[in-house]
Design a protein around this ligand. Structure first.
Ligand SMILES: [Fe+2]
Length: 173
């Protein structure tokens, strides 16, 4: 979405003025109050594309998932257990999931470490705006993907959200 010009006038102000405030209230222990970069993209499901998405966790501290379509059948999100706690300790396995219906124009905020996926789409097309929001303060201590202290290298842009003042970094995972 950044390459298409949506960051400057839309997604950065949305994160800075609204989403960080809400995430700071909901997920203060996961860096919700210190979200300082993001990566936004559109996911697409349809007859000629993927119809579902396996259980996974995100490369984010907090994720926003906004439904951009209607008129499709099934394909609900499902939300399960945490992958690990804020100290990086793996959580016990669990198979209980909460299904979440997509509703055009509505978004779901969840922790990046919350396991989730998408049930198979039966018909139609589904697009969602995904915003992976990152807190450099949080992830510089513990990489959310490998759950280790990151080894950082200098890159362009916002990298993977690891940063120190005026330097953007990504993690060697
Ligand atoms: Fe995801």
């Amino acid at each position: 979405m950044d390459e298409l010009g949506f960051d400057e006038g839309l997604l950065i102000p949305l994160r800075e003025h609204y989403l960080s405030v809400v995430a700071g209230c909901l997920f203060p222990d996961a860096g919700g109050a210190t979200l300082d970069s993001h990566r936004a993209f559109i996911v697409y499901y349809g007859p000629e594309a993927d119809r579902d998405l396996d259980l996974h966790y995100d490369n984010s501290e907090v994720t926003l998932n906004v439904s951009l379509d209607e008129g499709f059948e099934d394909g609900e999100l499902y939300i399960g257990r945490m992958y690990s706690d804020v100290q990086g300790k793996p959580q016990s396995s669990g198979s209980e999931y909460c299904p979440c219906q997509h509703k055009l124009g509505c978004g779901l905020l969840h922790r990046g470490q919350q396991m989730h996926g998408a049930f198979p789409l039966s018909s139609g097309e589904r697009r969602n705006l995904i915003v992976w929001m990152r807190s450099s303060l949080t992830r510089n201590q513990l990489c959310p993907m490998c759950r280790r202290s990151p080894d950082l290298v200098r890159v362009g842009g916002t990298g993977d959200g690891f940063s120190v003042p005026d330097v953007n970094l990504c993690s060697l995972v």
